[in-house]
Every structure is written in structure tokens, then in C-alpha cells.
Design a binder for this molecule. Structure first.
Ligand code: NDP
Length: 397
């Protein structure tokens, strides 16, 4: 049905490649390209399908991307490199007539700040070119938006309160490690918290608000309020929402390490002089931390991510909780990667599948909740991320 180019051969890229290869009726030709070609070759070897092509590309360089796109001629690019590369890849897509999908919104390298404005600014150009760009199609952002759209379509007349809850109850047996790219992860968590209430954004100190929440099959976990990018598009696309928040669990050991990292200056993203050269402390830290791709083998436990929603149906108050639990070990057995890479890579593959099947094809730049959630929800059940729902239970939030 279609040719796909995956950019990025990290934890998420590896899962995307496995899942794309498992669906040969949809993805008829596959290429994986990244900064380091040997990593792409290793992914292909692990999958054991020699028909998957590989290439080296610097995704910060539009000309290099355009040359690659023009030679392979993909219909869609799945961008699972880093958020820094979103705009160059979108630019190259426009120049070569290729459709686009990513899992994280653009961030400039020198400021730890993310918002959709930079990518939404491309809307008219994608529309005029007749190309589709699908933004934020991992788990959160991604499935969190699709769950919300599904709830709005089938369970509510009006969504009023939305709490996205993300629990990782896994244990990788390392003193400290991040589950995805450490630089992006630490930048995200050390920022101020932010949530939406009555038409305004409320800012909190980093990790200032937290509460115990109960996760299915896991139990109580201390959950911290963070700002997360999908809140920005969800409150815009569902204007009846009065309050929207995002919660993520952290263990005390993780938070203690994080505090020390910050206190000693290792979370800095500005350049410092070291032995006659300039280094960015957070990038140096990434080089010495465990590689998230190597955590899978000894990772036990599971993740549980979902949406807890309160609103009105037929004039009555209703609550709805929709979630997925994903086992790190099962993810590892299938793809060689842990659950966080798995829960991101599977939805990215499904998003590209939705596009190639013509179900999510509309020129412009869109967040996932702007498409029909039904065929995506159906695929989640088939592709390894089954979901469950609890209607009119206690949401705790
Ligand atoms: P990794 O760091 O493991 O992988 C990133 C990959 O991108 C690496 O292969 C890296 O190459 C490659 N890369 C980096 N810079 C360039 C460049 N300039 N040109 C070409 N390739 C480049 O990250 P993850 O796999 O953990 O995460 C991938 C993406 O998924 C991130 O954007 C992350 O924010 C997002 N994510 C989204 C989630 C969601 O639920 N929506 C959850 C988790 C992650 P090299 O190997 O040479 O360094």
C-alpha cells in the first residue's frame, strides 16, 4: 500500500521499525535512516528482514533530507528522531512532496520550551501542497488525545474535566536512568508545571503538586503534576474543557537523583568551557547515563497510561477512565525494547497506517484528536496496546 521512511534509530525508532515490518500489507517498502547508519543496520538485523533499506542522514540539514526523500520517494515520513529536528523534517517534506508524522513537538535546542505554535505555523503550506502532517502520535501525546476524542464521540455530550495519568511502575534495576532520551526527558521534568483551568493557564513550581493515585493492576503511586504538550491542543480542540491536567509518577530514588543532578549544574543546557572546548552539561550527562535502549532486558513491571474524564451525558454527570497497561517484559520479547519505547512506537506506526489507508488523510497540520479515533482505537487492540474502560467509577481527581 505504501512506502515509509522512519527517521531515528533509537528506542522508539526500533519499535516503529518492528511494527511496520509486522504489517507488510500496509507498509510495502521500508527505509530507516538516522545520524548513525550502523544503528539502522542493527535494527534491520534484529528484525531479520533484509528488504528494509537503511541510510545515513543528518536531520538538522534540510538539503540532506530533501536529497534522501527524492531518492527513496516515501509517501510518509515517521519522525522519531528528536524534537529539535521537527521543523527541518517538515520543511524537507514540503520541498519533496512527502507527508509527515511525529511523536513530540518542536523544541529549540537552546531553550527548554515546547509549544505547538512553531509547527502549527506550517498549516497553510501543508494545505496548499495537499500534504498531511500528523503531530504528536506517540502515547502521550498521541493515544491520550485519541482516547479523549473517542470519549467525546461515544461517551459524553460535554467533556469538562480531563486528567491524563501516566504511571511507570517498572523497575530497570539501575540507580538512575531515563526511559527515553535523557536530554529531552530531564528538560521536560525540570520545567515549571502548568495546567489549564477556566480558560487560563496556571503555573506551578517544578513537581510542586502531587497526589497518590491508584493505577489498575499496580496500586497507589505518588503522581506529579507536569506540563505536557497535548494539553495545549486538547483544550483548543475541546473548548468545553474547564480543567485539564497531566500527572506522571516518579519514585523517591529518581527524584533524589534528579535534585542532585540539578544542584550540581548537570541539568544546564547552556555551553560551559571545559579543557579548552565548549560542552553542554546535560548533553555530557546523556553520554554517561544508561542508554534507554539497553534497559529492556532486565525491566520488570508495567506502565499504565490513561485519561480520567468527567463531564455530561444526557444531562447527567458521568465519569470515564480509559487506559492501557503495557508490560516491559512483553515489549522486550517482541521488539528488544522496554515498554516506554513500545507505547510510543506502536501508535506512531498506527498513525502512519491510518494515513496510508486513507483514513487520516487531510491536507494541513493536525493533532491526532482532530481525526476519527475509531479505526485507530481498533488497531490499538490488534497491535499490542489493548485498552480498557471504566464507566462511572471513582476518578480520584
Ligand atoms: P533516542 O535518543 O533513543 O533516539 C533518537 C534517535 O534520533 C537516535 O537514533 C539519534 O541518532 C537520532 N538522531 C538524533 N539527532 C539526529 C539528527 N540530527 N539526524 C538524524 N538522526 C538523529 O530517543 P527515543 O527513541 O527515546 O525518542 C525518540 C522520540 O520519541 C523523541 O522525540 C521523544 O521525545 C519521543 N517520545 C515521545 C513519547 C510520546 O509518548 N509521545 C514518549 C517517548 C519519547 P544517534 O543514535 O546517532 O544519536
Amino acid at each position: 500500500m505504501g512506502k515509509v521512511l522512519i527517521i531515528g534509530a533509537g528506542g522508539v525508532g526500533t519499535v516503529v521499525a518492528h511494527k511496520v515490518a509486522q504489517n507488510p500489507d500496509v507498509f510495502t517498502e521500508i527505509m530507516i535512516a538516522s545520524r548513525t547508519k550502523s544503528k539502522c543496520d542493527a535494527v534491520v538485523k534484529a528484525i531479520g528482514n533484509p528488504n528494509i533499506k537503511t541510510a545515513q542522514v543528518d536531520a538538522d540539514n534540510v538539503d540532506e533530507l530533501v536529497a534522501l526523500f527524492n531518492s527513496f520517494k516515501p509517501e510518509i515520513v515517521i519522525n522519531v528522531a528528536l524534537p529539535y529536528q521537527d521543523l527541518t523534517i517538515m520543511e524537507a517534506c514540503l520541498q519533496s512532496g512527502v507527508n509527515y508524522l511525529d511523536t513530540a513537538n518542536y523544541e529549540p535546542k537552546d531553550v527548554a520550551h515546547f509549544e505547538y505554535s512553531w509547527q502549527w505555523a506550517y498549516k497553510k503550506r501543508f494545505e496548499d501542497a495537499g500534504l498531511t502532517a500528523i503531530l504528536g502520535c506517540g502515547f502521550d501525546p498521541g493515544v491520550s488525545g485519541i482516547y479523549t476524542a473517542y470519549a467525546a464521540k461515544h461517551h459524553f455530550d460535554e467533556i469538562q474535566y480531563l486528567d491524563i495519568v501516566d504511571c511507570n511502575a517498572g523497575n530497570h534495576h539501575k540507580a538512575f536512568a531515563t526511559n527515553f532520551n535523557p536530554e529531552i526527558n530531564i528538560r521536560e521534568i525540570t520545567q515549571n508545571g502548568r495546567y489549564y483551568e477556566n480558560g487560563e493557564w496556571v503555573t506551578t513550581k517544578p513537581l510542586e503538586i502531587h497526589k497518590d493515585l491508584t493505577y489498575p493492576n499496580i496500586g497507589l503511586r505518588d503522581s506529579y503534576l507536569l506540563y505536557h504538550e497535548e494539553l495545549e491542543s486538547l483544550v483548543k480542540n475541546f473548548p468545553t474543557i474547564k480543567r485539564a491536567r497531566f500527572w506522571m509518577t516518579f519514585g523517591q530514588e529518581y527524584l533524589t537523583h534528579l535534585r542532585v543532578i540539578q544542584n550540581i549544574g548537570m541539568a544546564r543546557i547552556d555551553e560551559v568551557e571545559y579543557n579548552g572546548m565548549k560542552i553542554v552539561p546535560l548533553q555530557f550527562l546523556k553520554a554517561v547515563l544508561p542508554n534507554p535502549q539497553d534497559l529492556g532486558e532486565n525491566y520488570e513491571g508495567e506502565t499504565s497510561i490513561g485519561c480520567r474524564i468527567r463531564g455530561l451525558k444526557d444531562g447527567k454527570e458521568r465519569t470515564y477512565y480509559v487506559y492501557n497497561n503495557c508490560s516491559h517484559q512483553e515489549a522486550y520479547k517482541e521488539t528488544g525494547m522496554q515498554g516506554v519505547s513500545y507505547t510510543t512506537g506502536v501508535p506512531a506506526m498506527i498513525g502512519a497506517m491510518m494515513f496510508l489507508k486513507g483514513l487520516w488523510k487531510k491536507p494541513g497540520v493536525w493533532n491526532v484528536e482532530e481525526f476519527n479515533p475509531d479505526p485507530f482505537m481498533e488497531q490499538l487492540n490488534k497491535q499490542g496496546l489493548p485498552w480498557h474502560e471504566i464507566i462511572d467509577g471513582d476518578l480520584e481527581v
